[in-house]
Design a binder for this molecule. Structure first.
Ligand SMILES: Nc1ncnc2c1ncn2[C@@H]1O[C@H](COP(=O)(O)OP(=O)(O)OP(=O)(O)O)[C@@H](O)[C@H]1O
Ligand SMILES: [Zn+2]
Length: 526
């Protein structure tokens, strides 16, 4: 019996035929994507394109069942394709190991699909695909999971809410002074280690201004002074960096951040009126304490699990600090030999980076009398990890296919937003509600989209203004990704070419006219 017979019996021959001809784009081949691709090839889809920018990591294997140990470091998109084909070889899958934001994935390319399915893990990429699907007028099935929670919905231009119709919660930020001067919890120390110290030592100038630090408390005079002092402190640390690779380097960094800087802070009496002041720590004192402690050799002979799960002694922490600092600076030096702008970014799966952040956050916690954490705990906190659960992904991917059936069967009205909710006293696991109408105030989907073909290397901002004005749009304001390019009081850019302002093929430009009408122009270079 051919494979399709059961499907035709279940959903009817006409829909089975529509599905077999539909061209589907799946963005993301991670936790949800692996489940989804397996579902798609098993439920009659025959034309699938998969895009994922990442490679397979050991930590993916517990839930991304299309991947196995021998696939580590290989492209997720290509391996997902190869594994899915073993379930059903009669499917045409195109895999692309690329970022969905790449220019070649133009509006026209999106238009070539009947349906787009998002299996992504970040707001930025979701927002981009949302915009592209609106511009191309292609239905989008959007999904997401976090632990036991999950969600699926459908986005269709002019019919439903888009991804940006409702404001999204932005990741939590911490006031600069809490992180830099007055931490009181382990997460404050971890954020300091990961977002401040790590970037200062191994990043480049662009990495300095991290978004997790909010500037909201920098208004009053005292705070401004403190911020200036902190900036001077960062500069002094950068000077020590010149001696990277020489003997005593780790000790100099240690004494600078855990002794000299803390000593200065401790001298600010007002700061400690209602708080316990920090106690400066010297490298030599820690190392001389270590006589009765296990030597580094003892640590090495422990199993990785044990070393990960218990809180290290102060001497061990100092040892891990200097080892990881020396290894990371050596790595950076090697990278900069070929690219002077190179930097190392914190990655929870990079063992040396995690060692460094665990050691420095715990040394800081020690100085401030805050509870210290194991490497395992630091990994979860620094990586913002909510454990991913295979079952949640499987349920959500199943519901995505049901929505795909309805959309392709032209029954958008039957589609619902569904939430997977978890709670002991709730009678049901899945709660659904009708798709919401577009938010009339949405800046993204309530605008007109136009595609403008223009030579971006020759055309100037003035040419663009003339073109728009000839279409009766007057008193314009032009923005690109939040950057003001032109408004009636700011004409510095009018003579510049679009290309010189990095407004090139595939970019979106926002136009607001005198009546506050918004138009999103999608630029095509020609
Ligand atoms: N801009 C993008 N273009 C293409 N693929 C993307 C883009 N952004 C994210 N992805 C992919 O979306 C997938 C999301 O899957 P998932 O949430 O399971 O994340 P993961 O990285 O596999 O796991 P974890 O984050 O838990 O380590 C990832 O494979 C990721 O590479
Ligand atoms: Zn919207």
């Amino acid at each position: 019996m051919p494979r399709e017979t059961h499907l035709e019996a279940t959903i009817g021959r006409p829909l089975a035929s529509t599905i077999s001809k539909a061209k589907v784009l799946m963005v993301g081949a991670g936790g949800i994507g692996c489940e989804l691709l397996k579902n798609l090839v098993m439920s009659g889809f025959k034309e699938i394109e998969v895009v994922d920018l990442d490679t397979i990591d050991l930590s993916n294997l517990n839930r991304q069942f299309l991947f196995q140990k021998q696939h580590i470091k290989k492209s997720k998109a290509h391996i997902a394709r190869a594994s899915a084909l073993t379930f059903n070889p009669n499917v045409n899958i195109v895999s692309r190991h690329q970022n969905i934001k790449d220019q070649e994935f133009s509006v026209d390319w999106f238009k070539s699909f009947d349906l787009v399915m998002n299996a992504l893990d970040n707001l930025d990429a979701r927002r981009h695909v949302n915009k592209m699907c609106l511009a191309a007028n292609v239905p989008l099935v959007e999904s997401g999971t976090a632990g036991y929670l999950g969600q699926v919905t459908v986005i269709q231009k002019d019919e439903t809410e888009c991804f940006d119709c409702q404001p999204k919660e932005t990741p939590k930020t911490f006031p600069v002074c809490t992180i830099r001067s007055t931490p009181s919890t382990p997460i404050h120390c971890i954020v300091w280690a990961k977002s401040y110290l790590f970037n200062l030592l191994f990043g480049n100038a662009e990495d300095d201004d991290d978004e997790v630090l909010s500037k909201e408390d920098s208004n009053d005079d005292e705070t401004a002074k403190e911020l200036a002092a902190l900036a001077a402190e960062s500069q002094a640390l950068k000077a020590i960096l010149e001696s990277a690779g020489t003997e005593g380097f780790a000790q100099r960094v240690f004494d600078k951040v855990f002794y000299t800087d803390i000593q200065r802070l401790r001298g600010m009496e007002d700061m400690w009126k209602n708080r316990k002041p920090p106690i400066p720590l010297k490298y030599d004192d820690v190392v001389s304490q270590s006589d009765n402690q296990p030597t580094p050799m003892d640590i090495e002979t422990e199993t990785t699990t044990l070393k990960d799960q218990r809180v290290w002694t102060l001497a061990e922490t100092a040892q891990v600090f200097s080892d990881s600092l020396n290894k990371l600076t050596a790595r950076l030096k090697e990278m900069r030999a070929t690219d002077p702008e190179a930097s190392v970014h914190f990655d929870k799966d990079d063992p040396e980076a995690l060692d460094f952040v665990t050691a420095t956050s715990n040394l800081r916690a020690h100085v401030y009398g805050i509870e210290e954490k194991s490497r395992f705990q630091v990994k979860a906190m620094a990586g913002n990890i909510i454990p991913a659960i295979a079952t949640t992904n499987a349920i959500i991917a199943g519901m995505m296919v049901m929505l795909a059936f309805k959309i392709l069967n032209k029954r958008l009205a039957d589609c619902k937003t569904s939430y997977l909710v978890y709670g002991r006293h709730r009678p049901q696991l899945i709660v659904s509600e009708p798709l919401a109408k577009p938010n009339p105030k949405c800046y993204i989907c309530r605008n007109s989209y136009i595609v403008l073909k223009i030579d971006t290397s020759k055309s100037t901002v003035q040419d663009l203004i003339d073109l728009l004005e000839s279409n009766s749009l007057v008193e314009l304001e032009i923005q690109e990704n939040g950057r003001v390019i032109y408004d009636p009081d700011f004409d510095d850019n009018v003579a510049k070419t679009l290309e010189s302002l990095q407004i090139t093929d595939g970019k979106f430009v926002d136009i607001v006219d005198e009546e506050d009408r918004k138009i999103i122009v999608y630029l095509k270079h020609m």
